[in-house]
Ligand binder design. Structure first.
Ligand code: SF4
Length: 1014
């Protein structure tokens, strides 16, 4: 212990040893020995059985955080038992690194496993982790709450009553696996689209996708279209990769359109680098109608009216264009300006463009014509912000040059119809400043991520699931997952086996009562298996509930774009690793986890083995050991193969320490593959034997691998032109061929001023921001997190509060398109007038006392329904204390656990990106009427279907607009890409009269096109 710490300890110890005042005996037990300030006896603990071990100071040469145990001491670390304080009782730990499972940042954690009891005493940061560098947000250490959650699901359960009746029976893993495996086998024998794996945040990088591919079904369904898909479309159309990776720490200007990215969810690794950038003098600009934590630290905060962001961004672009302060050389080399000059004049809605001879100077003149109308004054009027702030923003962007770090995450992109254009307009600023992939600039996520290959990979799927990517949304970036109930109800198909994996769509998605109806219907969803650590509203409607592991209870591999480097992290079941370090043999991870909590990685191997016990379906082979023929692969075998052969530099680093690559990863939990990655698109291509086509693309075997730039073959970007696509030929070819789509341009939002009549009291409900301490259902039972944040009042500007006549704490009822809810108000200037805001995450409920959720973090509710689609949810009991082995559960002091607003949100599928547009038009916001209570929710699901159909009618189907008989551009990513022949348009598209679509022709064309794609 340091001198200072020793002195502080001695001082406090002396203070607490002051005896009670004479004549004033302590309350409770007679005070002997140490007491607290009130003279009460402190709890007694056993004396230490061994002398204290000195703590070790940690100094990292690169300035990383100190005072962490150095890795060479991790196997036998000693700390005083905090509960024995002020006495020094030593505890010995083995420290096992793992990866946080609470968001996709994949920060490193260190589990302190008590060597005597093998209990996990705490989780702290892993200083060896290159992304998080020992730091975490509140959700990382709260993994301990999740591990020891008194309400967690510990054993496999099977439903015994009607679905949703809350009657369960404990079963063995064998019983569950045999039954589920047989149901999967039966489905797979019939069809290739009957099994669905619906994932929330994956928290891993390839393992389950490989399993689904091995099953031979088009079964991947994600949550991404209620999350980040709209922004991803904007990035993908520009550069192929679908997320940005800003180099904040070295930026001169940081520009954020993000409702929560840097405020804690997600990417704490980004937050810490933004602070570093600011400390080095970077300016921070934030566009957000709400004063978020990040906005409160901004040099320039622009509380933009939702949907107006493109006007602001294009005004800054115009500023650079007319002043010729953009990076002309970068634009000349890397933008597909020749394609714009060639194709734009024929685009409907384009002004007359001075394309001239087609030179770069002609293109520059066209840029001025195209964006000349976006003045600062116009942007200020659209965004309803002072023009000076836009001028200040423009000056900071201009000043940044190639050091502009920019990010768009959720926020305006996922809020508005046409939000994908917000991301495109933002990227335009990176392109104009030449800050793409530069030091202090903005890279693409793929450059800062590495996904290693396993020992063998099953071939692509030969199927297309119409429930996931139907013909109406050919450009949807991810599956139309939030519409599954609507699709099922209108008869588009059925599901045989439906896995919800650490995901709660009934509660998280919009229009949750539609999910309630679908999940109840056994004709539509044959078998529902919920893989979850905690009870949730969706699991309540499962046939099996299978207990899944948290961050310290599973194997996974993760890599994330936290900065301009590349690293890989290894999640581990920490108690299992500790047991193995102690010489105990563990066959399956559920032997080491609490109860019979299992990890997915092992579960999928065993389940796949039972799905295809004799190998007749061709599935079992992918789950067999690479070294023990006929036996199922073990986790050690699987990861050892990857670490030995598929992570560059890891075998050498391990050998230098005398370790195997697997032992290295078990010891450190991570590996830095590359410290810096900048501008990989400039890398030369070996053009020997390659062909160069008319568009300058370098082809090998018909496949584009690069592009000629100034006579040199360069790698370029993963787009059809291999350049950054200011002009999107893809949109032009697939039915979105007007000016407003093919180039970065503002699109009218569904909540633009033309659609919201404030004179009638209409407002915008902004529901898509997060509290940095919570993360949907995943954090639901984390007591420390819920003590910090447990309510989600309606943020309202004082002007609106005065108009409505409410004060903070009073109730309002908000009327949406499909229903209404009642919540308390928080009056604050932190939200723009005309907008109300309400956080995600809160408003958990359960229908039964004693099951289905924790009493401290969910409300007991009553649900009543009528025959006309009416659903009424009413809170019977808010949060309350209850008795368990954990004394903290009897100390719950709050009652308000939030209001479940998402139930009242109509679905808004964007016709291009397919993303749900989260912003809701509040038709009325008024004082709650007599009889209306906090937490009341009413929804009319008949109205839900009407709104769904209104948005469906905005689509431009591949059936009408496909340029080549395929249903989707082959070059666009999909989480699991099927074979090219699966891209042929369906023979009988849903909703169309039966008629032949050229399956054969489409198949032939898509096979040909495969060879053309990069
Ligand atoms: S940001 Fe927080 S929740 Fe996300 S991985 Fe890091 S510690 Fe976990």
């Amino acid at each position: 212990m340091s001198d200072l710490a020793s002195r502080v300890s001695a001082f406090l110890g002396a203070l607490l040893r002051v005896p009670p005042t004479e004549g004033a005996p302590a309350r409770g037990t007679a005070a002997r020995g140490p007491t607290n300030a009130a003279g009460q006896a402190l709890p007694e603990y056993a004396e230490s059985d061994r002398p204290p071990v000195p703590l070790t100071e940690v100094h990292h040469p690169d300035g990383r955080m100190s005072r962490y145990p150095p890795p060479e001491r991790w196997d036998d670390w000693v700390e005083w038992d905090a509960k024995a304080w002020p006495r020094k009782v030593a505890r010995r730990y083995t420290l096992v690194p793992t990866i946080c499972f609470n968001c996709e940042s994949a920060c490193g954690l260190l589990a302190y496993v008590d060597k005597q009891t093998l209990e996990v005493r705490k989780f702290e940061g892993n200083p060896a982790h290159p992304g998080s560098r020992g730091r975490n947000c509140a959700k990382g250490p709260a993994t301990h709450n999740q591990t020891y959650d008194p309400e967690r699901i510990l054993y496999p359960l099977r439903r015994v009553g009607e679905r949703g009746s809350g009657q369960w029976k404990r079963v063995t893993w064998d019983e569950a696996l045999d039954d589920i495996g047989a149901r999967m086998r039966a489905s797979r024998q019939q069809r290739r689209d009957g099994i669905v794996y619906h994932v929330g945040r994956p928290g891993e990088d390839h393992y389950v996708n490989r399993c689904i591919t091995a099953w031979g079904v088009d079964g991947h369904n994600s949550h991404t279209n209620v999350c980040s898909a709209a922004a991803r479309v904007g990035y993908a159309l520009w550069g192929g990769s679908d997320r940005p990776s800003p180099d904040y720490a070295h930026a001169r200007t940081i520009l954020l359109i993000s409702s929560h990215l840097e405020t804690g969810h997600y990417f704490n690794p980004h937050a810490q680098r933004i602070i570093e950038g600011k400390q080095s003098g970077a300016k921070l600009i934030v566009l957000d109608p709400r004063l978020s934590n990040t906005a409160s630290r901004a040099d320039v905060w622009l509380p933009t009216w939702p949907g107006s962001e493109p006007y602001v961004l294009l005004a800054v672009a115009r500023h650079l264009i007319v002043r010729r302060t953009y990076d002309r050389e970068f634009v000349r080399r890397w933008v597909n300006w020749q394609q714009l000059l060639a194709e734009a004049p024929a685009v409907p809605g384009m002004p007359a463009l001075p394309v001239g001879e087609g030179t770069f100077e002609d293109f520059e003149r066209c840029l001025e014509v195209l964006y000349g109308e976006f003045t600062f004054e116009r942007a200020a009027a659209e965004a309803q912000v002072p023009v000076e702030r836009i001028e200040a923003m423009a000056a900071a962007v201009e000043d940044a040059g190639s050091r502009l770090s920019a990010h768009n995450w959720r926020a305006a992109s996922i809020g508005n119809r046409g939000g994908w254009q917000v991301a495109r307009c933002l990227v335009l600023l990176n392109v104009l400043t030449g800050s793409v992939g530069t030091r202090g600039g903005t890279s693409l996520s793929d450059w800062n991520k590495i996904v290693p290959k396993p020992y063998k990979q099953p071939p692509p799927i030969e199927a297309w699931n119409e429930l996931h990517l139907p013909h109406e949304w050919p450009l949807a970036h991810f599956e139309m997952s939030f519409l599954l109930p609507h699709f099922l109800l209108e008869g588009r198909g059925t599901v045989d086996v439906y896995f919800t994996r650490v995901y709660n769509p009934l509660w998280t998605n919009p229009d949750g009562f539609m999910w309630l109806q679908a999940l109840r219907d056994e004709q539509k969803i044959g078998l529902h298996v919920a893989l979850t650590p905690t009870w949730n509203e969706t699991a309540w409607l499962a046939d099996y509930v299978l207990p899944m592991g948290h961050a310290g209870e599973r194997h996974d591999l993760m890599s994330q774009e936290t900065h301009a480097g590349q690293w890989i992290g290894f999640r581990q079941p920490v108690r299992r690793v500790a047991m193995e370090r102690a010489g105990q043999r563990v066959e399956f991870t559920h032997e080491a986890n609490p109860g019979q909590v299992w990890e997915e990685a092992e579960l999928w191997v065993e389940l796949s083995g039972r799905m295809d016990p004799d190998g007749a379906l061709g599935i079992r082979q992918w789950f067999e050991s690479p070294s023990r023929p006929g036996q199922l692969v073990s986790q050690d075998e699987y990861w050892a193969w990857i670490f030995e052969r598929s992570v560059p530099g890891l075998p050498e680093a391990a050998a230098a320490e005398g370790l195997t690559p697997l032992a290295y990863m078990r010891k450190y939990g991570c590996f830095e593959v590359r410290r810096e990655v900048y501008a990989p698109y400039e890398a030369p291509v070996d053009a020997a034997g390659a062909e160069v086509d008319a568009a300058g693309r370098v082809r090998v075997g018909g496949k584009a691998v690069g592009v000629m730039v100034d006579g040199q073959a360069r790698v370029g970007f993963e787009t059809p032109s291999r350049k950054l696509e200011l002009f999107s030929g893809t949109l032009a070819q697939w039915g979105w061929n007007e000016r407003d789509y093919v180039i970065p341009w503002p699109l009218p939002s569904h909540v633009s001023p033309a659609h919201v009549d404030r004179s009638k009291g209409e407002m915008i409900l902004l529901p898509n921001f997060r509290l940095p301490t919570l993360i949907h259902t995943r954090s639901a039972n984390a007591k420390w997190l819920y003590e910090l944040s447990h309510r989600n009042p309606v943020w309202m500007h004082p002007e609106d509060a005065a108009r409505i006549g409410v004060r903070s704490g009073e109730l309002v009822t908000v009327q949406t398109e499909i229903g209404r809810f009642t919540d308390a108000v928080w009056v604050t200037e932190g939200i723009k007038p005309g907008i109300i805001a309400m956080s995600h995450h809160l408003g958990r409920w359960r229908l039964q006392e004693g099951a289905g959720g924790s009493p401290g973090t969910s409300a007991l509710a009553e649900l009543s329904e009528d025959d006309a689609g009416g659903h009424q949810l009413r809170i019977v009991q808010g949060g309350t204390a209850w008795k368990t082995f954990d004394p903290d559960t009897s100390r719950i002091w709050w009652k308000d656990v939030g209001v479940h607003q998402n139930l009242t949100h109509a679905v808004h599928p964007d016709p291009v990106s397919g993303a749900h547009c989260w912003l809701q038009k509040a038709l009325d916001v008024r004082r709650a009427a007599a009889g209306e209570r906090h937490g009341d929710v009413f929804v009319d699901t008949q109205r839900s279907m009407e709104v769904y159909r209104e948005w469906l009618s905005l689509c431009r189907s591949a059936v009408d607009h496909s340029p080549d008989g395929t249903r989707r551009p082959l070059w666009l990513k999909r989480p699991l890409k099927p074979v090219p022949s699966a891209y042929a348009l369906p023979r009988n598209p849903f909703g169309r009269a039966p008629g032949g679509h050229a399956d054969d022709e489409g198949t032939r064309r898509s096979d040909e096109r495969e060879g053309e794609q990069s």
